[in-house]
Design a protein around this ligand. Structure first.
Ligand code: CU
Length: 224
């Protein structure tokens, strides 16, 4: 019986021991798993924070740079704006001083034989802001006109070069002799042309550069 008892006790002890061992194993498993997992997580978290920080640093650095560039650009813009502002102020000043001259011109006639400008002379002060309205009084489609201001005595030359420029070029050549040029006015249309009169007084020309119109459609633009 003693043997049995001792055996039972032995079993019990063994069991306890086993349970203890299992518990310990669990604990050690916990230690094995939980701790390393925690550690791993910590590492991962560290990794996450690591690269994130790096990334953040990078981003921050980039952001800094970008911000800096932006700041620079903004500064540059601010400068430009400041310059622009002072420029506009200068413009505003000169605009305040710049005389404005409103001119109107009519293209008359409904055939090549009749067509002409109603005025053969336009006058303006040197450096004035010219606001010119050209009304095409014609009714029929072939009668389209424009108005080009040219250097003194250059209306024919400009008109002939305008023919070369063609419809795509609005019959206006790329020439130093062109001071200002309006778009085409279709029959019944009024177009506006704004430009600054030459600073140098003189007798300039104006002309319609639509092909074969220059002979009948030109005049003097007198700058005083
Ligand atoms: Cu014309």
């Amino acid at each position: 019986m003693d043997r049995t008892k001792s055996w039972k006790r032995h079993i019990l002890v063994k069991r306890k021991a086993a349970v203890y061992l299992i518990k310990q194993k669990r604990t050690s498993l916990r230690r094995l798993y939980v701790l390393p997992v925690a550690a791993a997580m910590a590492v991962l978290a560290g990794c996450n924070t690591g690269p994130a920080t790096d990334a953040e640093n990078g981003t921050l650095a980039e952001t800094d740079t970008v911000t800096a560039i932006h700041a620079d650009t903004t500064a540059a813009k601010a400068d430009t704006t400041a310059a622009g502002a002072s420029g506009s102020m200068a413009d505003a000043d000169s605009a305040a001083r710049q005389p404005v001259k409103e001119l109107t011109l009519h293209a008359i006639g409904n055939s090549p034989e009749e067509m002409h400008f109603d005025l053969d002379t336009l006058k303006a002060e040197a450096g004035a802001l010219i606001k010119l309205q050209l009304t095409n009084e014609a009714q029929d489609m072939p009668m389209v006109h424009n108005l080009v201001i040219t250097a003194p005595g250059k209306y024919r030359e400009v008109a002939l070069a305008g023919e070369e420029a063609g419809a795509s070029g609005n019959y206006v050549p790329a020439s130093q002799n062109v001071i200002a040029a309006s778009p085409i006015a279709l029959p019944g249309q009024t177009i506006e042309l704004e430009f600054t009169a030459p600073a140098r007084p003189g007798v300039y020309d104006f002309v319609c550069t639509y092909p074969e119109h220059w002979q009948r459609m030109h005049g003097k633009f007198i700058v005083e």
